[in-house]
Design a protein around this ligand. Structure first.
Ligand SMILES: Nc1ncnc2c1ncn2[C@@H]1O[C@H](COP(=O)(O)OP(=O)(O)OP(=O)(O)O)[C@@H](O)[C@H]1O
Length: 780
């Protein structure tokens, strides 16, 4: 690219020119263009996912570099996040929020994705070990289409939705989203996808408005003011007709309202593609119809909507229906009004019977049908026999016209009707199904160009719209990626997710810190909203303290003779067990309970470190208070006679017990992130608390049994019990045959016990962070 490109005389005095919603800059010498949401940027992007000062394009000698300014949602170059100043080349696409800036060597052409995006599934196959869950599924959807996915239970509908949204990428095949490889560019494109899974992704204990406000705080750039976020929340509630329910708890909403709340949450980020997994399950027919109507409205507003449904009553609202057969194959893809004729069925029950009884036959029948040729092969990017070039040429001509028109009047998009691609198939030769009578003709939206001043532009500019699209970009064709040779492909079965982690934290600590504060706040609100759980947390230490008083003897942990030693040992066992129980009980369900929420929020930019830190902080505070109360009450009448390190004997015991409970909390969180269901956690907890008790060394002597002693090293109760025993000098009270050298009353041993607990804590936190990766989107 040349640096001697002429500078433009078209700018206003301040170097900016207003052009509709956008303005473009003509900086003198084009040394730098700052891009962001604030009005003081050279190029302003009105998008709540864009930070106030988001990125810069800087000149560096004869080249230009893109630099992220520590934005919350990142700057992407050809779909990969930019972590350091990176040189841009002609044809590169810099993406910021919903904006795509195409660099032509001199200028950046700004195209905003306001919704419409086409979708092509190309030969999607999902295998888990030897099992094929999805088998060669291919189809194309024009923007603004509504697709219903139907089929018998277990045929792979959810699997397909997970593949389409990158939650569990296909092990083979690709998805082209608006012409871009979804898996390769997933780190950036995931913000454009809306996904409403079967499980609710809002905390049901919260009120609708509160839950949506938290969702907005976690999704928008960290510097978006609260009033702007709240206004957006009000807007999406209005759109989904939830304003009257704003103060109602989500668990008191009807099924349909709950789904609307989930859709409202997704609308916050204005995604282009919406996938909903059984939003109508459990709803009565009226609500079912209502939800389908709403999805139709969304599609009419330009969103591409994919809905999994068991209900076939309202399929006529859809543009396309995909019938799946057991084994994950396609039994039908096409307009709803040709479906029954294709299956030669009277009703949908007949269709389900046929595909359940003879899935292979119907898979084959569809493969060989003109419907397949028309709706699948014709737009399948791998099928070179398809009549694509003609379509592309026609669309290219229309696009050129559209671009010329846009040169005069500035618009964000021009719409070119390429409905030919989507017109119904002609009747089959064998007359198996009738010719369609009516058909929506989805329009393919083409970015238009603002021109007029282009000839005299300065060296570096941002233009508010895109250049004339390449022919392949016009139809539902996956070729934008081909124009970007730098774009890395995704590995099979994976979607490219950039790791932000510490690098982002170092550049912009406010973003993850803001998330951390929001998550802590939300966790407290969720706990307080669940009165039963809050009372349980408060009652547990009281109940345990009462139980501690059932231990025989009146001397508590006082130093004394052998009989007092036995009493002290028994009381310490109660304290250690109580502390371990308090630690694990609350934490063990936490992550598995909200795994669906975590997965969804990770997909829209939640920091895993912020998430885990918030859990640790709140649980540590709760556990510390609980254990301190429990131990203080239990030792009210019998504190230890002497201490080792701290001035207060009781405090020293409390510190040891708190340490046990914190390590147990993290152990609970680790198990919670590994568990598949909440039900699994209860038996695991019972076994875990038993093991913590056995390996504490309080029930019987571990010394002298090397295997037991070695295993005990890995249990926090071993070191916590040891620290308590050292404080009370259990070694000094017990007869020789019951003396464990670990229990000697020395400060060195006490510190050693605490250091071991600290190491266990750190290791378990690391393991929990790793285990959380199981819930990451973009992994198979
Ligand atoms: N992680 C997995 N490992 C092995 N098999 C799996 C896994 N996930 C799903 N399956 C299997 O893949 C098949 C398709 O599952 P999927 O959930 O996609 O079906 P579905 O059509 O959505 O079913 P339903 O209508 O009952 O929700 C089922 O047989 C299921 O048991």
């Amino acid at each position: 690219m040349s640096s001697d490109h002429p500078t433009s005389p078209v700018s206003a005095g301040d170097g900016t020119v207003a052009t509709g919603q956008n303005k473009f800059v003509t900086p003198d010498n084009a040394a730098r263009i700052r891009i962001g949401r604030d009005a003081d940027n050279d190029h302003v992007l009105a998008d709540l996912q864009v930070s106030r000062h988001h990125s810069e394009i800087r000149r560096a000698g004869d080249t230009y570099q893109v630099v992220d300014l520590g934005s919350r949602n990142g700057t992407y170059l050809n779909g990969r996040q930019v972590h350091k100043p990176t040189v841009i080349h002609a044809g590169d696409v810099v993406s910021i929020g919903r904006h795509e800036l195409l660099f032509d060597g001199h200028r950046l052409h700004d195209h905003v994705d306001t919704g419409p995006a086409s979708l092509i599934a190309d030969d999607l196959t999902v295998r888990i070990k030897d099992k094929v869950l999805l088998d060669d599924v291919s189809f194309a959807l024009a923007e603004g289409s509504l697709l219903a996915l139907i089929g018998p239970s277990g045929c792979g509908k959810s699997t397909l939705v997970k593949a389409l949204t990158g939650l569990r990428p296909a092990t083979q095949g690709r998805i082209w989203y608006g012409g871009r490889d979804l898996y390769a560019d997933y780190a950036q494109l995931r913000y454009r996808l809306g996904m409403v899974p079967q499980d609710d992704v809002l905390h049901k204990q919260l009120k609708v408005r509160t839950a949506l406000r938290f969702a907005a705080a976690l999704r928008f750039a960290d510097d978006v003011p609260r009033r702007v976020r709240w206004a957006k929340v009000n807007e999406v509630m209005e759109t989904m007709r939830l304003t009257e329910r704003a103060k109602q708890r989500i668990d008191t909403l009807s099924g349909g309202q709950r789904k609307r709340a989930s859709v409202a949450m997704e609308l916050l980020t204005e995604p282009s593609l919406f996938c909903l997994d059984e939003p109508t399950s459990g709803l009565d027919p009226a609500l079912d119809k209502e939800v389908m109507q709403e999805l139709r409205e969304l599609a009419d507003k330009g969103k591409t909507v994919v809905v999994v449904t068991h209900s076939v009553l309202h399929l006529d609202y859809c543009d396309r229906v995909l019938v799946m057969c057991l084994g994950g194959t396609m039994g039908y893809f096409g307009p709803p009004d040709q479906l029954l004729a294709f299956f030669d069925a009277e009703d949908y029950a007949d269709v389900f019977t046929k595909i359940t009884e003879e899935p292979e036959r119907w898979t084959r029948a569809f493969r060989n049908s003109p419907l397949y040729a028309r709706y699948v092969s014709a737009v399948n990017p791998t099928d070179r026999s398809a009549p694509r070039p003609a379509l592309a040429a026609k669309a290219a001509a229309e696009a050129a016209e559209a671009a010329a028109a846009a040169a005069v009047s500035v618009t964000n998009h021009a719409t070119v009707d390429v409905s030919e691609a989507m017109t119904p198939a002609t009747p089959a030769a064998n007359g198996d199904y009738p010719a369609p009578t009516s058909e929506k003709a989805p329009a393919i939206t083409v970015p238009a160009q603002r021109s007029g001043q282009l000839d005299d532009e300065p060296t570096l500019q941002v233009l508010p719209t895109a250049p004339p699209p390449l022919p392949e970009q016009i139809g539902i064709e996956p070729t934008l990626a081909r124009t970007r040779p730098n774009a890395p492909a995704a590995k099979p079965g994976q979607a490219n997710m950039d790791k932000q982690g510490w690098r982002l934290f170092a550049r912009n600590p406010s973003a993850p810190l803001r998330q951390y504060a929001t998550l802590c706040n939300r966790m407290v609100r969720v706990i307080l909203s669940d009165r039963g759980f809050a009372l349980f947390l408060l009652a547990m230490p009281l109940v345990l303290a009462v139980l501690a008083y059932t231990a025989p003897g009146e001397h508590g942990l006082e130093f004394g003779n052998v009989s007092q030693g036995i009493q002290a040992q028994q009381l310490l066992v109660v304290l250690v067990t109580g502390a371990a129980f308090l630690g694990t009980a609350a934490a063990i369900r936490e992550i598995v309970n909200e795994a669906a929420i975590y997965r969804r929020e990770r997909a829209v930019g939640l920091s895993a470190a912020a998430y885990l830190s918030s859990k640790l902080t709140i649980f540590f505070l709760i556990n510390t208070a609980q254990v301190a109360l429990f131990v203080w009450l239990a030792l009210f009448e019998g504190p230890p006679t002497r201490s080792l390190v701290l001035p207060s004997q009781t405090m020293e015991i409390i510190v040891a017990m708190v340490a046990i409970s914190l390590v147990s909390t993290v152990l609970g969180l680790l198990i919670s992130s590994l568990a598949k269901t909440t039900e699994q956690t209860t038996p695991i907890m019972v076994v875990l608390v038993m093991a913590l008790l056995v390996f504490s060394g309080g029930l019987f002597l571990l010394e002298g049994s090397p295997i037991m002693e070695t295993i005990a090293w890995f249990f926090p109760t071993r070191w916590g019990f040891g620290a308590g025993a050292q404080t009370v000098d259990l070694f000094g009270m017990m007869p020789k045959t019951f003396q464990d050298p670990l229990f000697q009353h020395t400060p060195e041993l006490w510190w050693r016990s605490m250091i071991f607990l600290g190491i266990q804590l750190a290791v378990l936190i690391g393991l929990t962070r790793l285990a959380l990766r199981r819930h990451e989107p973009g992994r198979s």
